[in-house]
Write a new protein. Sequence first.
Length: 566
Amino acid sequence: MLRELSIRNLAVIEEVTVGFHEGFHVLTGETGAGKSILIDALILLIGGRGSSDMVRYGCDKAEMEASFDLGPAHPVWHVLQRLGLKGSSEDLLTIRRELSAQGKSSCRINGSIANLTMLREIGECLVNVHGQHEHQSLLRTEQHLEWLDLFAGEQVEELKRTYQAAFFRYGELRSSLKSLLEGSRQNMQMLDLYKFQLEEIRSAALRKEEWEQLHQEKETLAHADKIMTHVAGAYGLLHDSGALESMASAIAKLEEIAPHQPSVLEPLVEQLKSAYYQTEDTVHQLRGCQEDIQSDPQRLAAIEDRITLLNGLRRKYGDTLPDIMAYYKKIRHEASLIENRDDHIRELKSSLKEAYAEAAELAERLSARRKQAGELLSASVERQLKDLGMERTQFRAHVDAQSSEEAYKLTLHGIDEAGFLLAPNPGEPLKPLSKIASGGEMSRIMLALKSIFAEIDQVPVLIFDEVDTGVSGRAAQAIAEKMSQLSGKCQVFSITHLPQVACMADYHYEISKHVVHERTSTSVKELSDRERIEELARMLGGVEVTDKTRHHAQEMLVLADRQKGA
């Protein structure tokens, strides 16, 4: 639930902090008092678009903060974990957003910096705002299929994912076939290019470790004379100078006297022997090195030519020799496809037929499950509409499989089109909502759907922003009762001008506007029982509140309490 909302310097609100409770809340007040600004603040906190115009005149920034008290099993915690944001040991989620007068925005979730994309993803789990304009979503048939799939749940979603994988494979094969069929001239031009490139790479006879070996050999040959001079000099210093003979003589002398002081001299003898053997081995290796190193200008030139060739291939086909080899394999495959075009077309057509059959079979299964879900949703909506005073109204979630020339028209979502149909009066045929539903009926249909989906989407906060506009009498009372019932599943807020709705609330907040020091400011107050009577009387009687309207307001609250306790 939404525990607390704080707003500072947003539009006409200077500073407001409001605490909320579980159950049904209504927000009332005169037109223009700023009721919708509270909803605007919440929309900003769940990732809505903000602008500098929303910052209170003369202020640097607007600040909003909301805290939500959620259970440990709520889906939002998994979203936080996936986004790399920290949770809370107290199951408390805090969202803060600042909007500067320059239009810049900053967001924090549980103290961690977040961007608007994260905020929107988190917000989808927390708050569902329904305003008058959302009636239009009921008229958009493309959304009806989404609603139906959401109602059908995981079975349909799992099948839809399987179908979409098959649909993408079908689409890839169809694109490949189209490319082969339409690109004949271009393909032949590409084949000539591929053949030239293949021959150029093939004739180079690349070896995997060749690049490093060539550079190492080039380094040796380029400095061969210098290497030979220094190796010969080192050999001469060690071999011709008698260094080894001197070391041998030193060893003999020490060995002769070592028994007289073994603890000191014997380790020295061993060290000297080790040095002698290592030096002797080094002399032998230097002699072999002199024989191996030879100046070979022709070989050096050949290596440089080879490196130049490889550099040319690297500029054209890849940074490394493995990259060039990978490119070679790729274009060899492409050339094969073009050269064997007719065979590949036959193979693709066969694969495409199989892929279509697989996708179509999955789409049929998906359609069948949607029809079953449509029947269940229709029955659920009719039950809800009965509670809303539309007892004899028929509602159908109609699913129609689209086909053309004995073949299904496959789309990303399957073969179905869904539409919500309504027959408000007995004896009338079912027709699309857009053709027959009135504003009052649309409000009740939307409320019926929200009541059903409240249990499915697990969104803890549901807000109705003047959705009861244009409704009166028994219909208004039915909407109020349904909102009250719905508040048993989630926290419900309603901005309303109807006393029938306001009296059914568990908590009543009055939004009022004041002028202080030539500045307009909006305040929010949770009403006591006595204050509720006054506000309801104002809603009933308009400007002048009389004892009669007060009595009527009190009677409405008594009847509402009785209704909620029934």
